[in-house]
Design a binder for this molecule. Structure first.
Ligand code: ATP
Ligand code: MG
Length: 407
């Protein structure tokens, strides 16, 4: 039996970027032989084995034939006579269809190395259309490799469009959609995941709430880019520049969903969007099974971002109400995250990309001032029961009012 390093590890090594996980393909062997050699069997649909020492994934070389719908509708054939080239042929992109032998030699039957040089994401064969998950994977690789200059080949984009038209994307499970979206959030260009899905007509199927933002105008004075979809892409990029936090990046992407359902008669104004967006975020998150941590931050940012933008005009009482809403007293790390989303929103506009965001300082100062009010002092002063809370609020408001004077 022979084993080869395959897929992302070969690609990322040739690109000189960090390799996270190593996948191996084993040629000329059988499950029995691997088990005899101490490999541990995992995987339900096709046999994958963990190496006894490294625990890295080893799959037997296999071919796949489409038999049903969705990414699970495959008949896998694995046997000792499946060649390395046959296994590489079933892979999605040419840059993912290279193998490396133990002696370092690269096996590259589909010119993946040339496409790496040309910065092209290109499908391996027409069988690309057999698995709708590939649409999301390509969008995610486009996000991951955008900063190196990679784009999707026209022919590949056409096949992605064909998949979108076929109705097969509806068969993708929530877990798969979230897995790829989530991975895209940790790239340098999460906005590219959305824009590629838009370009291949998949966004309205997979994430219709985001798709609905395209074509919706905003007031030109505040939004020279006008289109809410374009604004959302810009905010997604700014969030990635400002924060490594994936919930922050996610919340920034969905903060304006309410603008997608503003009645046209009210355009370009969106007075209710902070409120109407909430139920869209709820339903999107439950459909795609977005973790609660992401959802909860997104809901707060959606509801409060307009308030935060107006920080300089808010009364101390209102500032305290906003802080209470965030539950900053029990979750102090939240304030920074929410303010970062709002800053990304502010910068995610044409010609505003480097603007200062003093609202952040105003709210941080207000928080620090309110935090300095000591409950114990209030109790020592003789307040009892419900009076304690009322006095605490009163003193916090007064502390916030003074903090404002100092700025
Ligand atoms: P990364 O690990 O950085 O996310 P990767 O390319 O290694 O990227 P994996 O999901 O680990 O992605 O898959 C390993 C390899 O298996 C891929 O490089 C590709 O060759 C192949 N592969 C995975 N999923 C598919 C798919 N849905 N269709 C075709 N080939 C696939
Ligand atoms: Mg991998």
């Amino acid at each position: 039996m022979q084993r080869y390093l395959v897929g992302g590890a070969v690609r990322d090594q040739l690109l000189n970027i960090e390799v996270y996980d190593k996948d191996w393909v084993v040629v000329g062997s059988t499950p029995e032989e691997l088990l005899q050699n101490g490999f541990i069997a995992v995987g339900k649909d096709f046999p994958v084995f963990l190496h006894p020492d490294s625990k890295e994934e080893h799959a037997l070389a296999r071919t796949e034939r489409k038999i049903g719908s969705g990414y699970t509708g495959f008949d896998c054939y694995f046997a000792a006579d499946v060649t390395l080239e046959e296994d590489l042929l079933r892979r999605d992109l040419t840059i993912n269809a290279m193998a490396q032998a133990p002696n370092g030699e690269i096996v590259d039957p589909f010119n993946g190395q040339q496409d790496l040089k040309d910065r092209v994401l290109r499908h391996v064969s027409a069988a690309f259309t057999e698995d709708p998950l590939r649409v999301l994977r390509v969008a995610r690789f486009a996000a991951k490799l955008n900063h190196l200059g990679f784009t999707v080949a026209d022919d590949t984009l056409a096949l992605m469009r064909q998949i979108a038209r076929s109705g097969e994307l509806e068969h993708l499970t929530a877990e798969r959609v979230w897995q790829e979206w989530h991975k895209s959030l940790s790239t340098q260009d999460p906005q590219v995941f959305i824009s590629v899905l838009k370009d291949c007509d998949a966004l309205h199927i997979v994430l219709p709430e985001l798709d609905a933002l395209f074509g919706v105008p905003q007031p030109e004075k505040w939004h020279p880019e006008i289109d809410t979809g374009i604004h959302t892409l810009m905010v997604a990029k700014q969030a990635a520049l400002l924060s490594e936090s994936l919930p922050v990046r996610f919340a920034s992407q969905v903060h304006d969903l309410g603008k997608g359902i503003t009645p046209q008669s009210e355009w370009p104004s969106h007075k209710m969007h902070c409120h109407t967006g909430l139920k869209l975020i709820q339903s999107l998150c439950s459909r795609v099974k977005v973790p609660n941590e992401f959802r909860d931050l997104a809901l707060l940012v959606c509801e409060q971002h307009s308030n935060i933008h107006r920080a300089a005009e808010l009364k101390p009482e209102t500032k305290l109400k906003v802080l209470n809403k965030f539950d900053v007293w029990r979750k102090p790390e939240r304030l920074k995250d929410i303010l970062t989303c709002c800053m990304a929103d502010s910068r995610g506009r044409t010609d505003f990309e480097t603007i200062d965001y003093p609202q952040k300082d105003i709210f941080e100062l207000a928080y620090q001032a309110a935090l300095a009010v000591n409950v114990q002092d209030i109790i020592n002063d003789g307040f009892k029961g419900a009076e304690i809370k009322a006095e605490l609020e009163r003193q916090r408001v007064s502390a916030i009012a003074k903090s404002k004077l100092k700025t």
